[in-house]
Design a protein around this ligand. Structure first.
Ligand SMILES: NC(=O)c1ccc[n+]([C@@H]2O[C@H](COP(=O)([O-])OP(=O)(O)OC[C@H]3O[C@@H](n4cnc5c(N)ncnc54)[C@H](OP(=O)(O)O)[C@@H]3O)[C@@H](O)[C@H]2O)c1
Length: 392
């Protein structure tokens, strides 16, 4: 890579954002961090400003006196960094000439607008924020096609599929993809005990250290439901071509199966720095930022089918992937609202699938909604969840 690429890390204080800053710290020969953003972790953002000396730093939580005070601070290690409060600044920066690559690592629907703007502006979008594709996959992929933007997945499963698809086989020869799922922290609990799961139980993931929202999604397997929808948009697949298996070791990150029954898998120790780095360097590879497999120790790899009774959320993902239109926005918003309620200890973990099913079933379906309609549906769906719990 001859030219230095300028990168905006959106959500730099989160689990993916911090891993991205680490990866970029080792790639100063080819990449520079131009912009970083957080929502409310001002102290951590300040440390990152000192560490990476970005041109721009943004705090998205605007209705807050602390954010306003932060605006007038100066960082001794990086006095030239320009400071902004509010998400409009993110959109202006990601679409500007100073940024070539956008790492979309904001959590939830809050990451949608910047991802869409980056796709419209023809940037490389290294996308961790799966929710934006779940809600507006049709709009984002269409915009990327029109502008020439590259949407490269950071989600480990989709990075694995993306890598496997580079290796061999034509699209017409692809039979299906196999997404692997860890099964989450409650995978060995008796099904009739799942409704007793506490917030602490749901957050104790055995293999991945992630943000709270995605960790709860992993416990319900809504994460895999969202990934089924994400895969449909990223790879242009029918829902029947997307298969999910439980693979508790999280070493095989996903696989592709061709028409001749050959299966290509991508393996590596569970560490998000690898898919982040690949999304930055693709189509090339760089020296590893994360540990390699240790072939000197014995290891076995297991997989098993998903039990639909244990994970009812997965079926919702398949239904939404098959139907498309407004369904993704409604499911995503209902799930985000439910996860917040669960983390606030207001509903049970097992209520999440029931509430999402109820909200999805009675929404007014629209086959090709605009962004404005999708955002309206997002609000409608969150209200419905509130109504559901008030009726409890
Ligand atoms: N973690 C993983 O291993 C992993 C793997 C695959 C995909 N993903 C996806 O990557 C995304 C980020 O996940 P994560 O685990 O890194 O989440 P996280 O640790 O909770 O971090 C979320 C980031 O988004 C920022 N943020 C929160 N609310 C925001 C808002 N309203 N507006 C703008 N920024 C906001 C946070 O800022 P503050 O820190 O200031 O709150 C933080 O920087 C999610 O879409 C997730 O599904 C994550």
């Amino acid at each position: 890579m001859s030219q230095i690429r300028n990168v905006a890390v959106l959500g730099s204080t989160g689990s993916i954002g911090r891993a991205a800053i680490d990866v970029l710290g080792r790639m100063q020969h080819s990449h520079r961090v131009t912009a970083i953003s957080c929502h409310s972790q001002l102290q951590l953002l300040e440390q990152q400003i000192a560490e990476v000396t970005p041109t721009h730093a943004i705090v998205t939580q605007s209705a807050n006196a602390e954010s306003q005070r932060w605006l007038s601070n100066t960082n001794e290690r990086s006095p030239a960094t320009k400071r902004y409060v509010g998400s409009d600044a993110i959109n202006a920066i990601v679409t500007g000439d100073e940024v070539d690559t956008v790492i979309g690592a904001i959590v939830g629907i809050a990451g949608l607008e910047s991802a869409y703007e980056a796709a419209k502006a023809g940037k490389r979008l290294a996308l961790a924020n799966k929710e934006s594709l779940v809600v507006a996959g049709a709009l984002i992929m269409q915009s990327a096609q029109e502008s020439g933007a590259e949407v490269i997945p950071v989600d480990s499963e989709h990075s694995a599929i993306f890598q496997c698809l580079q290796s061999c086989g034509r699209k017409s020869e692809l039979k299906r993809i196999i997404l692997t799922a860890s099964g989450g922290p409650l995978r060995d609990w008796p099904i009739d005990k799942l409704e007793q799961a506490t917030v602490e139980d749901a957050l104790a993931h055995p293999t991945w250290q992630m943000g709270r929202k995605i960790t709860v999604d992993s416990a319900t397997m809504m994460n895999k439901a969202l990934e089924v929808i994400e895969a449909k948009w990223l790879f242009g697949l029918e829902s029947e071509q997307i298969h999910v298996v439980i693979h508790s070791q999280s070493i095989i990150h996903s696989m592709v199966e061709y028409c001749d029954a050959s299966v290509i898998a991508q393996l590596s120790p569970p560490d998000m720095r690898l898919p982040i780095q690949y999304a930055l360097t693709y189509p090339q590879r760089d020296q590893a930022s994360s540990p390699a497999m240790d072939w000197s120790v014995p290891m076995r790899l297991d997989w098993k089918p998903v039990d639909p009774e244990r994970y009812p959320c997965l079926q919702l993902g398949y239904e939404v992937a098959a139907k498309g239109g407004s369904c993704g926005a409604v499911l995503n918003a209902a799930n985000e609202a439910c996860v917040e309620l669960f983390l606030d200890r207001k509903i049970k973990l097992t209520d999440i699938a029931k509430i999402c099913r109820s909200v999805l079933n009675h929404h007014h379906f629209s086959p090709s909604p605009s962004l404005t309609e999708l955002l309206q549906l997002d609000r409608w769906s969150r209200n419905e969840v509130q109504n559901w719990i008030t009726g409890l």
